[in-house]
Design a protein around this ligand. Structure first.
Ligand SMILES: O=C(O)c1cc(=O)[nH]c(=O)n1[C@@H]1O[C@H](COP(=O)(O)O)[C@@H](O)[C@H]1O
Length: 234
């Protein structure tokens, strides 16, 4: 699995994406999420892949097992590198997602890695306890979802940097810990609550970082990417 920082292409149109990507003359690992996919559809994935970039298709599927299985079977044909579901959908749903992905991956093509979102990085412990009625610490809830994801046979989880080390200890070093909520020192947190810097993420056991606005909203996105890369690879 590519370990380059994953740039979140949270743009509303193909035009904005292509203008953004034109600034780079190197292969990137990018994330296509709901905002872009809902407006431009599957062809945006194919266009970005054709430019030579690795793609994390972040649609966070969460539905009954059969529906998620069928949706994953369709998504598998897009040839992306990483996809996700919500662990809260349960073990049977995650197993269905994996089955669909395996069934839909064309012969001779590598299956996308499949990961599950534990607790969103925009969630605080207080919110989780009050709104989801989960009577655990946030760390324990994330760890519980990580163990469930591991048991279902998936390749890893989306979590915050703060839970990455504990997950590796329980689920193994090979189990992916993909961590959004990355900010440069002193940067605006926006709607994120559980944040860390790229070098902090490295030290605390993330296997991949997802960076959106700290790069896409920078005056010089190419320089911002290289600054993130330098800290992450140091
Ligand atoms: O699955 C994700 O990628 C994801 C999970 C999560 O818990 N938190 C989270 O922020 N994300 C995504 O990561 C990106 C973070 O963007 P920035 O906050 O701009 O860096 C967004 O595209 C989110 O949709």
């Amino acid at each position: 699995m590519n370990t380059k920082p994953i740039i979140a292409l949270d743009f509303p149109t193909e035009e904005r994406v292509l203008t953004f990507l034109q600034q780079y003359n190197e292969p990137l690992f990018v994330k296509i999420g709901m905002e872009l996919y809902m407006q431009e559809g599957p062809q945006i994935v194919e266009k970005v892949k054709a430019l030579g970039h690795d793609v994390f298709l972040d649609l966070k599927l969460h539905d009954i097992p059969n529906t998620v299985k069928s949706a994953m079977k369709g998504l598998a044909k897009l040839g992306v590198d990483l996809v996700n579901v919500h662990a809260a959908g349960g073990r049977a749903m995650m197993e269905g997602a994996l089955e669909g992905l395996e069934a839909g991956t064309p012969a001779g093509q590598r299956r996308a890695a499949l990961i599950a979102v534990t607790q969103l990085t925009s969630t605080t412990e207080q919110q989780m306890q009050q709104e989801q009625h989960i009577n655990l610490s946030l760390q324990d809830s994330v760890l519980h979802y990580a163990k469930l994801t591991h048991t279902a046979g998936l390749n890893g989880v989306v979590c915050s940097v703060h839970e990455a080390r504990a997950i590796a200890d329980v689920c193994g070093e090979d189990f992916l810990r993909v961590t959004p909520g990355i900010r440069m020192l002193g940067g605006d947190a926006h709607d994120q609550k559980r944040i860390a810097t790229p070098d902090g993420a490295k030290q605390d056991g993330s296997t991949q970082i997802v960076v959106g606005r700290a790069i896409t909203g920078a005056q010089d996105p190419v320089a911002a990417y290289h600054e993130v890369l330098k800290l992450w690879e140091a």
